[in-house]
Design a protein around this ligand. Structure first.
Ligand code: CP
Ligand code: NVA
Length: 309
């Protein structure tokens, strides 16, 4: 796929390797500029962004709103009770109305079909801020963080331990574009979507392993990655999942197996003492806060790309 003519940012695999690397380069460049205190780069001046949230958020909301503002634009937060997309009003109507006010739409929704419908009916770019299926902005920020700490994503071993969820799907889609070794260690019955695994393997770019053995999986990892066991929309399953996910907590022993050079990453929010111990998240090789910061920088570059700036 050639990423250059696409208006939306919905899946990492919609773009080719050159485009993904270009966006990541741009992220680093604009990050350096913002870090230097320079506030003269205002490409979004006179532009507005509508941000639709059907689910809660800290990072996505604050990083998009702050990033868009720092580069000259104005972002409008629409919380779960505001427009009630699909309930108060049909998604296709929301898309067409917001397209007439705003230059770009960012949305966090439940059903993946909702973001596809938004993009279909919107005449302005739509950016995926997480669905039940994937979370591309997160994995772009993760890639940026890995590049900063290891030098490149290409050729690294990234081992995800936990639920085969939206984060895993975006890692799989990244693995269909950039060559690295991706392992997902999850309990039986919590594997990622089989079609997405197949698609990523068919791409023939990366080594992809799905396993139920976290101890074996983490050996030689450059990154051990974890996420909550019960995602947004699954919180009533949390207690049951805690039992079923026994043995999948990233603790000091598991990090020891990974080796002294392995970094720990987590998209946050984290439940300390559940999927990860406090000790692991607070350890010197935990890069969860640079990772969270990079949400803003990766997204700034994504917004520049979809707006053709
Ligand atoms: N990682 C992430 O998307 O965090 P929020 O849910 O706080 O936006
Ligand atoms: N898998 C988590 C990610 C949160 C950023 C969720 O969907 O809730």
């Amino acid at each position: 796929v050639n990423g250059t003519e696409l208006k939306d940012f919905l899946h990492i695999s919609d773009f080719d390797k050159a485009t993904i690397l270009k966006i990541l380069d741009r992220a680093a460049e604009v990050k350096a500029l913002l870090k230097s205190g320079d506030r003269t780069f205002l490409p979004f001046k006179g532009k507005t962004m509508a941000m639709i949230f059907a689910k809660p958020s800290m990072r996505t909301r604050v990083s998009f709103e702050t990033g868009f503002f720092l580069l000259g634009g104005h972002a409008i937060y629409l919380g779960p009770d505001d427009i009630q997309m699909g309930k108060r009003e049909e998604t296709r109507d929301v898309a067409r109305v917001l397209s007439r006010y705003n230059d770009v739409i960012m949305a966090r929704v439940f059903a993946h079909q909702d973001i596809l419908d938004l993009a279909k009916y919107s005449t302005v770019p739509v950016i995926n801020g997480l669905t039940d299926f994937n979370h591309p902005c997160q994995i772009m920020a993760d890639a940026l963080t890995i590049i900063e700490h290891i030098g490149q994503l290409e050729g690294t071993k990234v081992v995800y331990v936990g639920d085969g969820n939206n984060i895993v799907h975006s890692w799989l889609l990244m693995a269909s574009v950039i060559p690295f070794h991706f392992v997902c260690a999850c309990p039986k019955g919590f594997e990622p979507d089989a079609k997405t695994v197949e698609m990523a393997r068919q791409a023939g770019i990366s080594k992809i392993e799905i396993t139920n053995d976290p101890k074996e999986a983490v050996r030689g990892a450059d990154v051990v990655y974890s996420d909550v066991w019960a995602s947004m929309g699954q919180k009533e399953e949390a207690a049951q999942r805690r039992k079923l996910f026994e043995g999948f907590q990233v603790d000091e022993d598991l990090m020891k197996l990974a080796g002294p050079n392995a970094y720990f990453m987590h998209c946050l929010p984290a439940e300390r003492g559940v999927e990860v111990t406090d000790g692991v998240i607070e350890a010197p090789n935990s890069i969860v806060f640079p990772q969270a910061e990079n949400r803003m920088h990766a997204q700034n570059a994504i917004m520049l790309h979809v707006l053709g700036l």
